[in-house]
Design a protein around this ligand. Structure first.
Ligand code: UT7
Length: 318
């Protein structure tokens, strides 16, 4: 038994925030953000939108493209670092908003690698026969955990959600998943706050050592892609599309270079979406599936990296 992706969906909030608009509020410029990151604009969730609302919109589109009714979903995994609340999980809230009550629903917290982690888990559950129609979502509202006066971080992130439906298949589908973590790097990218005794303790805003994160990301994205290639006995040239975590186009370009792949085989949405953490990979996947770049038989490599530190890859034969 194997699993395959039967449908994809993506949702971006309506409000567009451009670099030029940011430059009117803080000491930055469109030129700086574009040249250092490749980001031109990002989306910002409306005050009454929750992460589960973004997830719901993406989920409906993924289910429609898979031709599967919400009532038939028997597993929901939501990757998010910005849940609606401490508990219940955003996956349970999504389940209720979908109007269904079958099977398990839970969140995965692996920051920007969250979707790759969630997909790897859902793959195991579908392959084992535990689930037949798995909804796997990456959804985030980073705009609410950013210090909008910190130009070193606030220009980098955006809000959005991406989803896939995973179903059983006779042939893969998902060829392999490789996941890693090293908690010794937990302080280079974190939101070091929590809620305790009725108050926020610590700083509830994203903190990042950008340079260290940059170097770490380039190293492990290439390594984890190479690990997947070796496990599947494939050369790098077999990758039709690399979908790396969309944080900074310079990190993505450096990863392609390390793998010896031309830039044309990389899916890039960071220019329009910025870094949407766990949503970035499924959003980029959805764009490339819908515009027809990803087609039957293509090898698609998803490679995530994020806070924790966590990193991982999922190799798919489409
Ligand atoms: O999901 C993973 C999450 N994060 C990432 O992947 C981000 C990884 N890191 C990066 O993408 C890059 O390190 C950054 C984009 C954050 C920074 O780029 P950089 O080329 O490493 O710039 P830098 O940190 O070396 O900063 C260069 C200068 C500094 O000024 P001084 O000290 O040289 O005078 C910064 O203060 O740029 C300044 N700077 C800015 N200037 C204008 C930092 N942020 C901004 C800004 N606008 N928004």
């Amino acid at each position: 038994m194997h699993s395959r992706i039967a449908g994809t969906g993506g949702y971006l909030p309506a409000q567009v925030l451009t670099n030029a608009e940011l430059a009117r509020r803080i000491d930055t410029s469109d030129e700086w953000v574009r040249s250092r990151t490749g980001i031109c604009e990002r989306r910002i969730a409306a005050p009454d939108e929750q992460t589960s609302d973004l997830a719901l919109a993406a989920a409906h589109l993924a289910l429609a493209s898979a031709g599967i009714a919400a009532a038939d979903v028997d597993l929901i995994v939501v990757a998010t670092t910005t849940p609606d609340m401490i508990f219940p999980s955003t996956a349970c809230i999504l389940q209720a908003k979908l109007g269904v009550r079958n099977g398990p629903a839970f969140d995965v917290q692996a920051v920007c690698s969250g979707f790759v982690y969630a997909l790897a888990l859902a793959d195991l559950m579908v392959k084992s026969g535990t689930a037949k129609n798995a909804l796997v979502v990456g959804a985030e509202i980073y705009s609410r955990i950013l210090d909008w006066n910190d130009r070193g971080t606030c220009v980098l992130f955006g809000d959005g959600a991406g989803a896939v439906v995973l179903v059983p298949a006779m042939a893969p589908g998902i060829l392999s998943a490789h996941l890693h973590a090293d908690g010794h790097y937990r302080e280079i990218l974190c939101v070091p706050g929590t809620v305790a005794n009725g108050a926020v303790s610590g700083k509830p805003f994203l903190h990042m050592d950008g340079g260290t994160v940059f170097k770490f990301a380039v190293k492990v994205l290439a390594e984890v892609a190479q690990e997947a290639l070796a496990a599947n006995r494939l050369p790098a040239s077999a990758i039709d599309w690399l979908i790396p975590h969309q944080a900074n186009v310079r990190i993505m370009d450096a990863t392609m270079k390390k793998l010896g792949l031309p830039r044309e085989r990389m899916i890039t949405t960071v220019d329009k979406h910025a870094n949407t953490s766990a949503a970035s990979i499924p959003l980029a996947l959805d764009v490339a599936v819908r515009d027809g770049r990803i087609g039957a038989g293509h090898h698609v490599m998803l490679a995530g990296v994020g806070g924790g530190f966590t990193w991982g890859s999922v190799l798919i034969r489409w």
